[in-house]
Design a protein around this ligand. Structure first.
Ligand SMILES: [Zn+2]
Length: 280
């Protein structure tokens, strides 16, 4: 189909940012930095390779995800620990902050709460920025690897995709059937994963993660959190996922408590103020 006359002019229209973030409630990073200086570790969980584990973080505490034995990507789900219907909203986080998130940005929750669940307070890979392919780290574009897409594209039954790992871990934590736990699994924050969209076809791509042993992503829990983290079967995601071919490593999750006086000015975020009437 040939382009209409004036096509160039239509294409030349400058874009407008959908959601300017100037009015978005911003975290008090100096306060959080002061709190970070007082952290005392209260617990840890090791996430085995090609598996997932759950953890809880009280509001006002911090948690860290660290690569401990080799380059490894993690798929993170977060819920309000006392109401699992409030959970991480990857799509809205992407609309607000862009395709990848780092220090100073937040993981937002689903409607109707739509509030910050966690604020990123430290990212040892912040230096990576955007590479020449348009790739960056910690994406909110890649949903999670799952056995359904794998079956669609390749056939077969693979049971250790992040979707299934998260399902098993949540089922065990809540002591409910896997089929019920599966309904709570949602699109993830791809921790340490290096991804982007190809410029020519706009396709989702991954490449070897720059994460190395000791790299850490740290979060401040704005509300009481239940988390589940899967150590992706893609390993560093340099080649394939949804199979046992890639070399995989564990991930470490640690929980920290700050000195309470450092958070004296902090107010936990309230659920969104919209009336939910959807009309007059
Ligand atoms: Zn995965």
């Amino acid at each position: 189909m040939s382009a209409p006359s004036g096509a160039a002019a239509r294409r030349a229209i400058a874009p407008v940012i959908c959601y300017p973030v100037e009015t978005l409630p911003a975290p008090d990073m100096p306060m959080l930095d002061a709190a970070r200086a007082t952290l005392i570790k209260t617990g840890e969980v090791i996430v085995p390779p090609r598996d997932a584990a759950t953890f809880t973080v009280p509001a006002g505490h911090f948690f860290r995800i660290t690569s401990v034995e080799g380059s490894q990507v993690g798929d993170l789900n977060l819920w309000n620990a006392i109401d699992l219907s409030e959970r991480f909203y990857s799509g809205k986080t992407r609309a607000l902050h862009g395709t990848h998130i780092t220090r100073g940005q937040r993981m937002w929750s689903s409607f109707p709460a739509l509030r910050p669940m966690a604020t990123l307070t430290y990212d040892s890979l912040e230096w990576y920025g955007k590479d020449e392919f348009g790739g960056s780290v910690h994406d909110v574009i890649g949903t999670r690897c799952d056995p359904y897409t794998h079956n669609l594209l390749s056939g077969g039954q693979y049971h250790y995709c992040c979707h299934s790992n998260l399902t098993r871990a949540l089922a065990e934590h809540l002591n409910i059937p896997r089929i019920e736990a599966e309904t709570h699994i949602h699109d993830v924050l791809n921790v340490f994963m290096c991804t982007g969209f190809t410029r020519d076809t706009g396709q989702y791509f991954m490449k070897a993660s720059p994460v190395r042993v000791g790299d850490t992503l740290e979060f401040f829990a704005e509300i009481d959190l239940l988390g589940a983290l899967s150590a992706c079967p893609g390993g560093d995601c340099s080649t394939v996922h949804s199979s046992d071919h890639a070399k995989c490593h564990p991930l470490l999750v640690e929980i920290f408590k700050p000195a309470p006086d450092t958070l004296a000015k902090w107010t936990p975020p309230q659920p969104n103020g919209y009336s939910r009437q959807h009309g007059d």
